[in-house]
Design a protein. Structure first.
Length: 528
């Protein structure tokens, strides 16, 4: 069987000198799907990088309006291809069609593309800044080369390397895309890329604006992020892979943005536990097992101060975990990772309360797993309790008092999100006042009285955090326009004449809609 073609330099063609082929798995059966895809050689990557680099100059000359038109067109074409995309994503990932793919993830995919198009049309994302007295002007703009995008396996649509958040942000900044498909859902990525390429042609972007290769060796991945023509890379996935890529990129002086793993701790304070412990127990169970726990924002740790209310909470959650029928996981490595994590955490002194094994039914499955540990066991080796895992595994830590709770909080590493539940009558305000300052700089997002799983596509969203949750604490991978600036450079113009400035920095505000920081104030006015 001939392997599926790659998209390079505006043409679908067979991979050159492919080193192997692979197939995606159907998680519900555990068996491979018939279609084969190439593992590209360095020849393909070199061709794709050079083609994308040549497109960078043409994109810069076009400006933002054609890019905005691309996002609008792409979103409309996706809606026409909706059912074929959803069917393929369901086949390759086992994620349910309803509500997950059709009613949640697909609308999110289309919405974030349209939000990106709006940001491109409005153009304030570049933070145009004008000092009229010194005639110095600056704006964020393209990096001048392609961005390599590595996508995760758990969001086949909204985080896909073609159409997902990193793709949208990097292209909005004016950079061509070199997309690496995830081997877990190559067919889904191919349909998205076919749709995106039609939008490229329809909107008049350079044909090489988007390149797609499905897979390549780890060695070639390290070469790619360090390639002289690559402007930046974006990676969402495991910590091991992310840090390996980061080392190669850093050594070459190349930008790379990482979203990796996070335990997303939940602190349930005594007043909240007494007031609505049963309700919070259900919220934690639902959040931890949503999508079989295959979310980077799954709440993996819960901290409680020991006592009768905490015992009731543990008992309720244990029964909920025991009652759940195992769903499908994305692949065999997820099952293996959960097995290893359970054994490791048990060896450190935690008690297995529910689950902890892979059932014998067909497909990739693992029972919803709950473990319980004392505060002393956790603080003796906190890193082991934050072992990188992916799936329905939650750990409850019972600390003996407020001092041990604060000590445990101080031993956490960087997180994507941290939740704090407090009593509604103000009984937890003193504890909250001591705990929140410890946690604030440990996480990108703090939530109150809500589990961390949901990540809204909002301009105000922060989806990132300190290491090891992400590679840089100052950026978000979700939400326009902030996520766009990760893939932009600051372009400064000192005493440059009007006719040589980009439109956003000229005296006359183009269209009168761009917010510009002029002489210390945000305004839409023209330069007087």
């Amino acid at each position: 069987m001939e392997a599926s073609p790659v998209l390079i330099s505006g043409k679908w063609r067979p991979a050159r000198e492919a080193v192997a082929t692979f197939r995606a798995f159907n998680p519900s059966t555990g068996k491979p799907i018939e279609t084969e895809y190439p593992v590209s050689s360095w020849t393909d990557l070199e061709d794709a990088t050079r083609a994308a680099a040549e497109a960078a100059g043409a994109l810069l000359a076009l400006g933002q309006d054609p890019i905005a038109a691309f996002f609008d067109r792409f979103a409309s074409l996706l809606e026409s291809a909706k059912e074929s995309i959803i069917e393929m994503a369901h086949l390759e990932t086992g994620l349910p069609i309803e509500p997950r793919l059709r009613s949640v993830e697909f609308p999110r995919l289309v919405d974030q593309l349209r939000q990106t198009g709006q940001a491109c049309r409005e153009r304030s994302w570049g933070l145009p800044t004008i000092d009229t007295k010194r005639n110095i002007r600056s704006i964020y703009g393209p990096l001048g080369g392609p961005v390599a995008v590595f996508s995760p396996n758990n969001f086949p649509l909204a985080f896909n390397s073609v159409g997902g958040g990193d793709f949208a942000a990097a292209l909005a900044a004016g950079n061509p895309i070199l997309a690496k498909g995830n081997p877990g859902h190559p067919g889904t990525t191919r349909i998205l890329t076919e749709t995106a390429f039609k939008a490229v042609v329809d909107s008049g972007l350079p044909p090489a604006t988007i390149q797609l290769v499905y897979h390549f060796s780890e060695t070639d991945g390290l070469k790619l992020v360090a390639h002289p023509l690559i402007a930046a890379s974006a990676f969402t996935g495991s910590r091991r892979a992310g840090l390996t890529l980061k080392e190669a990129a850093d050594r070459a002086g190349k930008l790379i943005y990482l979203e990796m793993s996070s335990s997303n701790p939940v602190f349930i304070l005594p007043g909240a536990l007494e007031e609505r412990g049963a309700e919070i127990a259900s919220e934690f169970f639902d959040s931890c097992t949503l999508g079989e726990g295959q979310f980077c924002t799954r709440p993996g740790l819960v901290f409680l101060i020991a006592g009768p209310a905490a015992d009731d909470f543990v008992a309720r959650v244990t029964e909920l975990f025991k009652s759940k029928t195992p769903g499908f996981l994305l692949g065999p490595r997820v099952v293996e990772g959960l097995e290893n994590a359970v054994h490791k955490i048990e060896s450190k002194g935690a008690r297995l309360a529910a689950g902890g094994y892979a059932p014998k039914e067909p497909g990739f499955r693992f029972t919803s797993t709950l473990m319980v540990a004392s505060g002393g066991v956790f603080t003796a080796d906190p890193v082991s309790f934050e072992t990188e895992t992916f799936g329905p595994l939650g750990i409850i830590v019972l600390v003996k008092d407020l001092y041990q709770l604060l000590t445990a909080a101080q031993k956490l590493r960087g997180q994507l999100a941290i939740s704090i539940y407090a009593g509604s009558n103000g009984s937890d305000e003193v504890i909250y006042g001591e705990l929140e300052p410890i946690l604030r700089t440990m996480t990108g997002r703090i939530l109150n009285d809500r589990m961390p799983t949901g990540v809204a596509v909002s301009p105000a969203m922060g989806h990132g955090g300190p290491f090891p949750a992400a590679g840089h604490p100052g950026f978000t991978s979700v939400g326009m326009p902030a996520s766009i600036r990760r893939f932009a450079g600051l372009h400064c113009y000192d005493n440059v004449g009007q006719e040589r400035l980009p439109p956003e920095l000229k005296d006359k505000n183009p269209g009168g809609k761009i917010w510009r920081f002029m002489d210390g104030e945000w305004t839409r006015d023209d330069v007087r």
